[in-house]
Design a protein around this ligand. Sequence first.
Ligand code: FAD
Length: 504
Amino acid sequence: MIRDVVIVGGGTAGWMTATYLNRTFGDRVTVTVVESDRVPTIGVGEATFSTIRHFFDHLGLAERDWMPHCSASYKLGIRYQDWRAVGEHFYHPFERLPEVDGVDLADWWLALDGDVRNFGDQCFVIPELCEQQRAPRSMDGILLGENTEDQRAQFPYAYHFDAALLAGFLTTLGKERGVRHVLDDVVSVEQDDRGWITHLVTSAHGEVRGDLFVDCTGFRGLLINKTFGERFMSFADVLPNNRAVALRVPQDMANRGIEPYTTATAAPAGWIWTIPLYGRIGTGYVYSDEFCDPEEAEATLRSFAAPDQPELEANHIRMRIGRNERSWVRNCVAIGLASGFVEPLESTGIFFIQHAIEQLVRNFPDQRWDPALADTYNTRVAEVIDGVREFLVMHYVAAARNDTPYWKATKTRAVPEALAERMRLWETVLPDERNIYPHFHGFESYSWRVVLIGLGAQPHRPRPALALADTTAARAALADVPRRARRLAAGLPGCHNYLAAVNS
Ligand code: FAD
């Protein structure tokens, strides 16, 4: 059996993997984290995807157990600001669209209204909750419509949290639950004559032996790329943003309020994230160095997010965009930035980590090291990253914005052929489960629909069949959405008030 798992790296990937494996296998598997105190973690990664709740569920943690330790807040969706045109916005909410008479509400909306500025408010209730800064739970912690305090949301939602605090929280939790922690630098990776890793050599703690080694060393890919030389497939040809600059901006959130959403604001050479935490704002400018240098990016970010706080330290980050051809090679599995990363536009970095861990557990090897397990793992991981890559490329191609060299280039750059074909189809019909990227990648067809319409690239005409249909039920359903939204907003507490109670 595989009894000894050694994880190199103590960032979000390292500690999520350690705590998840520990919870899954208990003391039947020894988990060791080797973490340098010299090489910092990436220090960003604060917005998540709604499936993150399953991670905390798996660890047996309720929101009140971890949220106060991580300055956490709620995320009901992403607000895209200025992507269609300056001054306009839309939300990508965590909310599925219903069907009326067997037809998706978005199709009805297209037939009955079709004005892109009305889409979000007419079809979803979450935009109203976002505008009103509502929490997704009532004050006693119970989700509307439910009478148990479990984690099933009426609306799916995710979290914002402080990445450094989460890593610290998981470190303490992991150590309490039996994860071994070696605070030291790995200075060499030793292999046998087949090329399998036998042990790591650390600078002060000697050798660390194991059966399975997990590379969580971030963009370095110390084991998978530097030691094994696994090929990294860059996505730079279709996703050119390769740098970011980030700021942590302290603010009086009680006065300011907490928006329950991430904002992605289009900027001259990329976009800026705004993530409200319980206690401060996390913000950063993601850009392409083909169109902007780091000084200009920092100046743009400062004037956007913190014009009165010049003392704040900026964190400049180079991003390696793409994925390893294989993330599991011999007895090494890369997870997190060491495996692959697409820019943070839809907050998928931590989702990739969680998905990879779940796949590792599902395909966990024994001493036979059946290659089918690694092959399955590699296929699943590649499909997820490639699917999100396609989804993100669609954002830039579909965005109506076209006013700077950066945004003009998004309209002339090559598009992956499969996506180009799909986009031609979506000029006539909206995305559905059968015509989006065909493998699991986290995003359901409603997300493709919302983003495509929100960016200004909906089909040229509604489905012709709907001109012949009885529209009574559809009109009633559309009329009901804003009524429901107002009713819910009136019944839910303010996000800051709710979080203040959780933190008290
Ligand atoms: P890192 O944080 O880089 O950790 C690497 C670890 O390896 C460190 O502990 C380091 O000490 C250790 N290490 C390195 N070399 C050695 C050595 N020789 N010996 C021992 N230890 C070593 N994801 C989201 O889900 N949402 C977001 O909003 C989001 N925003 C992002 C914004 C940007 C600009 C970037 C770049 C990423 C973002 N991500 C986001 C991704 C997210 O930050 C990462 O997926 C996550 O933090 C995991 O990082 P990691 O643990 O793989 O790597």
